[in-house]
Design a protein around this ligand. Structure first.
Ligand SMILES: *Cc1c(COP(=O)(O)O)cnc(C)c1O
Length: 473
């Protein structure tokens, strides 16, 4: 293309004002803010200019430019954090936001956050109050601990507790418990950041009480026990129990802290699941401090809960780091509502989505898989029969996730699917890029959707998504 031609093309580009004028009477832009419209139009014009400069053929019609601008505007205005459909069967999926909240928690967030609240205001005295008060009583009641502190998440709880109680001092941990949770949380690293001196004792598979005894000295501030929540060591193993550690701590005047990770307030073994350590058991066993997450097996919002002796809790509350890690009012509202359900364990099991999914029977997953398969079958019956090379209900296993029950596979049923002329990974990608996004699993060259983690009603949405994908083939 010669220079003259290029020049003509540049000159033919419409001005922003002209396009804005047109956009003002275009329904696609009615809900879009002016700044976004201007930015989108500029974006399209910039792209056209660079194409002209590179001699790439362009369509300069106003209609085409506005089409592109409308697309851009839609992208810009749409939220980046969006709900997705979890068909993976991983219940506490950290990448998908861990525990879904119960209705009571959602309602309480709305009630508290819509206006003002007594977040840090004591209604009895009219003076400043503590935000932890909202959940103090219920956590003490549910765990048996005398004192409570809550922060942003459990990693924060561990960091804060270590820094408050053991900065510059030695903290003794078994080599079998130097855990890593999801890459960024590693006990040795947290220990270093909190200013403590990590004293490893024992070996990876075996640690004895005498190992702790031999390591304890006048500079030891804590005996730390970390729940190996996301792995298990089998075979020739030995670890020291909380009552044993507590007895040793008492003898030497050293506090015992237990990082439980996913602390549970309910005995899951009553529902046929393996026993996970209960927060109340650890407290009863003599732990001076227990830390656990709000959004793992507890089934609530992201939070870090510290339950323990009052003198330790007071020291923690006085640490300036508390401000940096503080829990916000939305979380607090959700946490209080979630915890309140645990006063009646049956209610907790029925109302907390994560617990419901965890304790869902295999028969119920079969029923749900049949509903989902039925919805997809309707598309098949409407003429897409040949497109499906497989649509069946099959046996599968769901996972608790979130670093809980590491060995546990929950038996159940799923919908297994294959589509003609489309690879399974291509289907997976199309499902993921739909709106709402559907996240499934790929197993043995099949696309798997696990109904355990679906909400009622999402079966229809998934079927609609598949229908749209097939229509655009
Ligand atoms: C998950 C976990 C943590 C981190 O908790 P978050 O709430 O994710 O910050 C810490 N310790 C243990 C043992 C865990 O399992």
């Amino acid at each position: 293309m010669d220079m003259k031609n290029k020049q003509t093309q540049f000159q033919a580009l419409p001005g922003v004002d002209t396009l804005l004028e047109k956009a003002s009477s275009d329904a696609r832009f009615h809900e879009v803010s002016r700044t976004v419209i201007v930015a989108s139009i500029r974006g399209v014009l910039d792209e056209l200019r660079s194409k002209i400069a590179q001699d790439v053929p362009v369509d300069l019609s106003h209609a085409r430019i506005l089409d592109k601008a409308a697309q851009l505007a839609l992208q810009r205005e749409s939220f980046k954090l969006v709900p997705v459909i979890n068909a993976t069967g991983v219940i506490l999926h950290t990448n998908l936001g861990r525990a879904p909240l119960c209705t009571k928690a959602l309602e309480n967030i709305l009630a508290v956050a819509r206006g003002y609240s007594n977040l840090e205001f004591d209604l009895a005295t009219g003076k400043r109050g503590l935000r932890y008060r909202a959940v103090e009583e219920i956590i003490c009641e549910l765990t048996g601990a005398p004192g409570v502190m809550v922060v942003n998440n459990n990693a924060g709880a561990v960091l804060l507790a270590l820094n408050s109680l053991a900065q510059g001092c030695q903290v003794i941990v078994s080599r079998g418990e130097l855990v890593e949770i999801g890459g960024s949380f590693r006990i040795p690293d947290v220990m270093e950041k909190s200013g403590c001196i990590l004293k490893e004792v024992g070996t990876t598979n075996r640690t004895h009480l005498r190992d702790y005894t031999a390591a304890a000295n006048e500079n030891t501030a804590l005996l730390l026990k970390v729940h190996t929540s996301n792995y298990k060591i089998h075979g020739f193993t030995k670890s020291v129990s909380t009552p044993q550690l507590a007895a040793l701590g008492k003898e030497h005047g050293i506090s015992v802290m237990v990082d439980l990770g996913s602390g549970t307030l309910m005995d899951f073994s009553a529902c046929g699941l393996p026993a996970e350590p209960l927060v109340s058991d650890e407290v009863a066993a003599g732990a001076n401090l227990v830390t656990f997450s709000g959004d793992k097996l507890l089934g609530g919002p992201q939070a870090g809960i510290i339950a323990g002796d009052n003198d330790l809790i007071h020291k923690i509350r006085e640490n300036p780091l508390t401000r940096a890690l503080r829990i916000d009012k939305l979380t607090l509202a959700a946490l209080e509502a979630t915890l309140s359900l645990y006063r009646d364990k049956e209610l907790a099991r029925n109302e907390l989505p994560a617990l419901k999914m965890l304790t869902m029977s295999s028969e119920e997953t079969l029923e749900r898989a049949n509903i989902l398969a039925g919805e997809i079958q309707k598309i098949k019956d409407q003429g897409a029969d040949g497109i499906f090379t497989e649509l069946s209900v099959a046996q599968t296993w769901s996972r608790p996730g979130g670093g809980s029950f590491p060995d546990l596979l929950l038996p159940g049923f799923c919908v297994s699917m294959r589509i003609q002329k489309m690879s399974v990974s291509e289907l997976d990608q199309k499902m993921r890029k739909s709106s709402p996004a559907v996240i499934g699993r790929i197993e043995e060259d099949r696309y798997i959707m696990d109904p355990r983690t679906l909400n009622t009603g999402q079966e229809k949405v998934i079927a609609k998504t598949i229908e749209t994908i097939l229509r655009n083939l």
